[in-house]
Design a protein around this ligand. Structure first.
Ligand code: FAD
Length: 385
């Protein structure tokens, strides 16, 4: 029987999908992150849940380096509606055109994030664009296995820990499975997100974009649309985004993520090419450039299939990672992280502007403090003269 480590469990759902007795349920903690809960009356101690857990099954280090690319899609509409260069949509379209299915993160009717399956290009917009909330995988691993055994091509996308969970759940490679993960900063909980939406108090929300490009790709903007009013704020001005980007609202396991690195269980990794403006101005127009890591032949073949639809340049892995440390290293846990979550817990409404002010203020560096003290002392001296 799996013992739940609340510091390290990433909430990938591999254990709940694997249980032959349905004894593992995923339950939200008081921080709003989902963890396995085992019904001891149903558990037969078969050990299946432990054997598929990314915590117990370390990644095999092959020493093989991925190929790295800067790329973006030529279709301006798709690129505009995507977080980075719109490469996910083009890869997904390729799979759908060949009769395959695609899994990824979509909003449900309450704007919670869930993994869903699509088989029609018309539904692709549901999966498009980053949603900065942990997506619940549900029983999608089980349905992927069914699809694979029927010979259907499956393109499964998600965070690196979700891909680790899926691969371990399946236990073997399938020729008809392609996996794409993202470079992941970490994930906030559903509770933080829902409390933020409550705080914004916007009725009848019709659409939410975390990465709208209305102010450009670099100045990405959170947009909440409704019939009555629209809310729009650049990432640095919005309290939810500040708490996310300053690492305050992340799941505990994200601060020490074993799924990061250059060797992954995915076929291809998708990310933003932060720093491309300095590295190669030809690949930068502030409309979004993707950073791609290709790990396998399968990933290479899928990328080759969309060559005509993209502008692409190979880059050195170290150049690219220099600007995107999240590819290989976890964010540091802020000292006040747990205090933030103790304020968020429970039913009470929260003032996010106040929370961001309280938890996102960086300590003034010692050098700046000295400058301020010296300035004050000089001013006091001048006044005395
Ligand atoms: C929580 C999170 C953190 C990220 N952190 C970084 C980072 O630090 N550095 C970086 O370079 N890139 C990061 N990304 C990835 C980046 O934002 C883009 O998703 C990626 O570059 C793909 O962009 P695209 O234009 O090709 O496709 P898009 O259409 O923008 O992306 C769609 C893809 O993102 C997946 N997705 C969206 N939301 C989620 C979610 N909540 N959970 C799992 N999968 C999701 C979909 O399943 C689909 O595969 C992060 C994404 C997410 C969701």
């Amino acid at each position: 029987m799996i013992s739940v480590d609340y510091e390290k469990c990433c909430g990938c759902f591999a254990c709940s999908n694997s249980c032959p007795k349905s004894a593992v349920r995923m339950i939200p903690s008081d921080e709003g992150f989902f963890y396995p809960e085992i019904d001891k009356a149903l558990c037969v101690d078969c050990g299946r849940c432990e054997s598929v857990c990314p915590l117990t099954q370390k990644k095999e280090e092959t020493g093989k380096m991925p190929e790295a690319f800067a790329a973006y899609g030529k279709n301006e509409e798709i690129r505009k509606d995507s977080s980075s260069g719109g490469i996910f949509s083009l890869l997904a379209e390729e799979v759908l055109s060949a009769g395959g299915v695609v899994y990824g993160a979509a909003f449900d009717e309450s704007f919670n994030v869930r993994h869903i399956e699509i088989s029609d290009k018309a539904e692709l917009s549901k999966l498009r664009m980053s949603k900065y909330v942990q997506s619940l995988v549900g029983d999608t691993f089980t349905s992927v296995k069914e699809k694979l055994s029927k010979g259907v091509t499956v393109f499964y996308t998600g965070t690196p820990c979700q891909i680790d969970g899926l691969r371990l759940f399946l236990g073997k490679d399938y020729d008809n499975l392609i996996c794409a993960d993202i470079v992941c900063h970490g994930v906030p909980s559903e509770l933080v997100w829902q409390k933020y939406l409550l705080y914004k108090d916007i009725n009848d929300v019709s659409d939410i974009q975390f990465r709208s490009k209305v102010n450009g790709w670099l100045n990405f903007t959170l947009v909440i649309k409704s019939d009555q009013k629209n809310y729009s704020a650049i990432f640095s001005d919005d309290p939810y985004m500040k708490l996310f980007l300053r690492n305050v609202s992340l799941r505990k396991s994200c601060y020490d993520c074993p799924s990061k690195g250059l060797q992954r269980r995915s076929d291809i990794t998708l990310a933003d090419f932060w720093g491309i403006d300095r590295l190669d101005s030809e690949m930068f127009d502030d409309k979004g450039t993707s950073f791609l890591l290709v790990h396998t032949e399968k990933g290479r073949a899928l990328l080759n299939a969309i060559q005509d639809k993209i502008k692409i340049k190979q880059v050195s892995v170290s150049d690219a990672v220099k600007f995107n440390a999240n590819a290989v290293r976890s964010e540091k846990m802020p000292e006040k992280r747990d205090r933030f979550f103790s304020e968020i817990k429970g039913d009470k409404p929260c003032d996010f502007e106040k929370l961001a002010k309280k938890y996102c203020t960086q300590k003034t560096p010692a050098a700046v403090k000295v400058k301020v003290v010296v300035k004050k002392a000089l001013k006091a001296l001048e006044r005395r003269k």
